[in-house]
Design a protein around this ligand. Structure first.
Ligand SMILES: CSC[C@@H](O)[C@@H](O)C(=O)COP(=O)(O)O
Ligand SMILES: [Zn+2]
Length: 209
């Protein structure tokens, strides 16, 4: 399925999309406590990003801050803002970035870390990811070790994104999922599809024991 890139958003449009997606992800238990963070590209140089430390299911417009993609993160913005800004630099087509902390993303990434990647294959739902057109496609999700030094982690992710143009998401071990899209709707669809695909993988591991 090919999706036209979403046009750049005004700050109030971006804030509305971010508040809505926060509620959507929160009721599904994908962003417990104050975990998770979201952003929306505004134009070639700037992006709207969530404030740090707030419940992402209860965001209000004042919790959305403007970041310069090429500058240090604004004061008060998400502790993981560098991971969002780096994606807007590395993926010019990215219009939205979503980070979630679901049980399955934290758990499976921990269990599979030694392999450094998860390869998803043979599931029809793969067709909800980017331009994947068949269940036979192999969709790779890299897994990075968790790191409290976010700029250092962002450098590792950038190195991977430069080598691998096929990626739609990555996992941070014991932490959660990062995915992006050419619109907020596509990024949200990636979160939901990946939640199911990761659950399939976890269930497969149980069956094989
Ligand atoms: C509540 S622990 C989660 C945080 O450490 C972090 O990983 C996270 O996702 C949210 O950080 P935030 O600074 O609120 O954007
Ligand atoms: Zn996090």
């Amino acid at each position: 399925m090919s999706i036209d890139p979403a046009p750049a958003a005004t700050l109030s449009e971006a804030a509305r999309e971010i508040v809505e997606v926060g509620r959507f992800l929160s009721v599904r238990n994908f962003v417990p406590a104050t975990s998770g963070n979201f952003s929306r590209r505004l134009d070639a140089r700037t992006a709207a990003v969530t404030r740090s430390g707030v419940d992402k299911g209860e965001l209000v417009e004042a919790d959305i801050l403007v970041a310069d993609i090429h500058a240090p993160p604004p004061k008060g913005s998400s502790a993981e803002t560098p991971l969002h800004l780096q994606l807007y630099r590395d993926r010019p087509e990215a219009q939205a970035v979503l980070h979630t902390h679901s049980v399955v993303a934290a758990l499976l990434s921990n269990l599979r870390l030694p392999e450094g990647e998860l390869v998803l294959q043979d599931f029809e739902l793969l067709k909800a990811l980017g331009d994947t057109r068949t269940h036979e496609a192999a969709v790779s999700i890299p897994i990075f070790p968790n790191d409290q030094d976010i700029p250092r982690l962002a450098d590792k992710v950038t190195a991977m994104l430069t080598r691998r143009t096929d990626l739609v998401a990555y996992l941070i071990a014991g932490h959660g999922l990062y995915t992006w899209g050419r619109s907020m709707a596509e990024a949200r669809r990636h979160v939901v599809a990946l939640e199911h695909l990761l659950t399939y993988e976890l269930e497969k591991m149980k069956v094989r024991r």
